[in-house]
Design a protein around this ligand. Structure first.
Ligand SMILES: NC(=O)C1=CN([C@@H]2O[C@H](COP(=O)(O)OP(=O)(O)OC[C@H]3O[C@@H](n4cnc5c(N)ncnc54)[C@H](O)[C@@H]3O)[C@@H](O)[C@H]2O)C=CC1
Ligand SMILES: Nc1nc(O)c(N)c(N[C@@H]2O[C@H](COP(=O)(O)O)[C@@H](O)[C@H]2O)n1
Length: 239
């Protein structure tokens, strides 16, 4: 089994997640409340390390009342353990899983650096390191491990590189996007889904519209990801 994954972003009409200079003010206050309601409904929130390095997010419920003092688990996908120790995602407000790679095969000095960083991270309360893959985080294996940790639902909050990794492996079940009536432009500005991209129409992800409605100045679009039964969910994939 794998967790049910909802991908949510706030993007401009041209699909940008921020400007070229990392201005990410896309959603209005009501849309952020909508996102925080999804945070409340899931077991975990997941982002890539690129988002942590650029935005320093808290990834807690702070735009709507928090009930039972219970924030979802935060998951940071960080192959090379680049996460700064002062990151807000490492504060005591919630548990944080750092998904990283095994490093036994690296050269000695890099191995020592990673061992040191692991020690520092593990000394922070509520931080758990999960190993998955060797060069970059193996997302299918990670989903299987998270499922065994009783994480049944995940809100994937980007950025564009991690979104690609998740769509490429067919790990996303639902899409919810806020489209702002804005154009940011810029080939170097992150888009909803970056990475290598699919080469043909046949490989692309197909969506089925569930709902659409106006929110703040923009529109929210909600879709199911159409599943090809042959490549559906990841099962017992952890050797
Ligand atoms: N408007 C919005 O809703 C959001 C905007 N953003 C924006 O997106 C930008 C960050 O996006 P990116 O730079 O693309 O970083 P990202 O957050 O997608 O992280 C990418 C990193 O994840 C790691 N990773 C490890 N294993 C991976 C795998 N198997 N597949 C993919 N990635 C893997 C790699 O180190 C990779 O560089 C920022 O500008 C941020 O502000 C981010 C989230 C939401
Ligand atoms: N849905 C959405 N709309 C926007 O306009 C955004 N800029 C984002 N950004 C995401 O939210 C994270 C901030 O989380 P905290 O408020 O710090 O908890 C940020 O890192 C992006 O993942 N999202």
């Amino acid at each position: 089994m794998k967790p049910y994954v909802i991908s949510n972003v706030g993007m401009t009409l041209d699909g940008k997640l921020s400007t070229v200079e990392n201005d990410t003010r896309i959603s209005g206050e009501n849309d952020l409340k909508r996102v925080h309601q999804i945070r409340k409904d899931v077991d975990a929130i997941m982002v890539g390390i690129g988002t942590v390095l650029k935005d320093d997010p808290k990834l807690t419920i702070h735009k709507i009342p928090l009930e039972n003092n219970k924030n979802p688990v935060r998951i940071v996908v960080d192959s090379k353990l680049r996460i700064p120790l002062a990151s807000r995602v490492l504060n005591e407000d919630a548990k944080t899983v750092i998904a990283t790679t095994a490093f036994d095969n690296l050269e000695e000095s890099e191995k020592n650096k990673r061992t040191e960083k692991i020690k520092e991270l593990e000394s922070i309360e509520n931080v758990e390191i999960v190993y998955s893959g060797e060069d970059k985080v193996d997302l299918e294996l990670l989903m299987s491990k998270l499922s065994k940790m009783d994480i049944k639902s995940i809100l994937l909050e980007g950025g564009g590189t991690l979104n690609w990794g998740m769509f490429e492996k067919n790990l996303v079940d639902e899409v919810r996007v806020y489209v702002a009536p804005k154009i940011f432009g810029g080939s170097n500005a992150p888009t909803y889904v970056d990475g290598e991209g699919f080469k043909t129409l046949e490989e692309s992800v197909e969506l089925e519209l569930i709902d659409y409605y106006q929110m703040d100045e923009g529109i929210v679009l909600e879709y199911f990801v159409k599943k090809d039964n042959n490549q559906d969910n990841v099962d017992n994939n952890d050797n």
